[in-house]
Design a protein around this ligand. Structure first.
Ligand SMILES: [Zn+2]
Length: 236
């Protein structure tokens, strides 16, 4: 069932493996009749499928042609989120949104030297957001600065529908929420602090990038993860 909530499509066929899911989303914009793509998947050659082609195919099958994608929102710089940004931004002509810190790294000035895969291409970010920037996309989104996983990682919250698009601020590890693991995290202690912030929100649905979305009762999972802190992985 790809439309997991009204106007929220989870693109099928883009995950590298059942253990490493990548939740690329297409969100219906309440205003303007277009669509917003949230993160763009692994770059060509790093995934078993051509992710950009799969996003296009999925859209065609569900009445979402690429020409209707007016906006692309990026949670953070890592290549499994920005892998097809260049191609899809060029193909759609969409506006591209990212936090101003991530924007600098995605634009390649300076290059990112931190943990995790850097962006594969330099891409111009046309719309730079900061904490509490309100976006007239989907049913209204608020950008929440949640650093830790990367220096400018940003979570997008829809207050009217109590949906948190969490990116990599939290992972669903087989039903248990956890802060991102040390190996690909800029500052795990900062990620824990950001998670505490998310745990204060009025949230029903948490759709993270890795692991199964939790559509009901998401706040309790966030609170438990924030309380646990570093979880099963050692801190850095
Ligand atoms: Zn990441």
């Amino acid at each position: 069932m790809p439309e997991i909530l009204p106007g929220v499509h989870l693109v099928e066929g883009v995950s590298p493996s059942p253990d490493f899911t990548t939740n690329i989303l297409l969100l219906k914009d309440k205003k303007g009749g277009g669509w917003t793509l949230l993160d763009t998947g692994l770059p060509p050659g790093k995934a078993p499928t051509d992710v950009a082609a799969q996003i296009e195919k999925y859209g065609q099958q569900h009445g979402i042609p690429l020409s209707s994608v007016k906006n692309i929102v990026i949670t953070h710089l890592h290549a499994d989120h920005t892998g097809n940004l260049k191609a899809l931004a060029a193909k759609t002509g969409a506006k591209v949104f990212a936090h101003w810190i991530e924007a600098a790294y995605i634009e390649g000035d300076p290059p990112y030297k931190g943990p995790g895969m850097p962006p594969p291409d330099r891409v111009q970010i046309t719309e730079k957001v900061r904490d509490h920037t309100e976006l007239d996309l989907f049913d209204g989104l608020v950008a929440l600065y949640t650093p830790g996983h990367t220096p400018g990682h940003t979570t997008y919250y829809c207050p009217s529908r109590k949906i948190l698009f969490a990116g990599d601020s939290v992972f669903n590890m087989g039903g248990t929420f956890e802060v991102s693991a040390k190996d690909y995290t800029f500052s795990q202690s900062m990620a824990v602090i950001s998670l505490r912030r998310l745990a204060t929100l009025d949230v029903e649905s948490v759709i993270m990038y890795h692991g199964a979305p939790v559509l009901k009762g998401g706040a309790a999972h966030l609170k438990a993860a924030a309380k646990k802190g570093y979880g099963s992985t050692p801190e850095n």
